[in-house]
Write a protein that binds this ligand. Sequence first.
Ligand SMILES: C[S@@+](CC[C@H](N)C(=O)[O-])C[C@H]1O[C@@H](n2cnc3c(N)ncnc32)[C@H](O)[C@@H]1O
Length: 268
Amino acid sequence: MENVKTTVSQTSTRQKKTTVPLNGNGARVQGGVCTSDVTLSAHTGDNSDVFPKVLDLHVPKGAKIADVTYGLGVFWRNVNLEDYKVTFSDLKTGTDCRALPYNAASYDCAVLDPPYMEGLYRKSNGHLAGSGTHSAFRNAYSNGQETTTGPKWHDAVLDMYFRAGAEAYRILKQDGVLIVKCQDEVSANMQRLTHVEIINHYARLGFYVKDLFVVVRRNNPCITRLKKQVHARKNHSYFLVFVKTSNPRSLGKQSVKKGKRLVRKRRS
Ligand SMILES: C[S@@+](CC[C@H](N)C(=O)[O-])C[C@H]1O[C@@H](n2cnc3c(N)ncnc32)[C@H](O)[C@@H]1O
């Protein structure tokens, strides 16, 4: 007979039985394997290299996914589309990620990658970033339209992520996964850590930030008209992975449980 020990722990509502293997001396044998074949958090490459790794780790095969800012579909270049049930949409094809035509709690996963820099949210089309010879950039990163309402500059970027995040929360099932692509920026000479601003706001919506991937560009970005460098030129961006919980200000299961226990203690 296998040498095992069964422990019973009591949570507030039910008992949990755990069986651990023991060695000949009755000591615990640790499980798992020693390997360096693991998914890493930082990668040099482009989105099509990293996005499949994010999916592999966080989204089970067969999941129902809505990519709500499909663009040119770069994310999906190295993904076998038969592995998932994917719905693609974009403002270019008439669907606004802030008002999706999907039922509440109907998707396992949502993918969000709206224009991430303030230069792509301007009141006049002539002032949009990526004019002239940079039009390929503008076509890849934006729908090329003016932003005539809402906040300006970097706050326009945040407004898009915040509203689209709330809409993603609506269409996701409980424990559904939201994958967000973003990049920090310097706006009006101020460092704006977009990924931190998004994480803080999404916690208030009820998203737990489960993971973060860094994508580092292969080539060196150049700065036009540099006089004196003040901030490091960004050559990295992020994939953030959120999980929908029912707890606004979500800090993850551990912290939430701890919080409840503390409240109970104080009352008794
Ligand atoms: C950074 S690109 C997305 C690139 C895409 N992930 C890919 O793999 O090619 C941003 C996209 O967001 C789209 N977009 C901008 N505003 C939007 C909105 N309100 N709703 C949906 N899509 C929007 C743009 O048309 C553009 O295609």
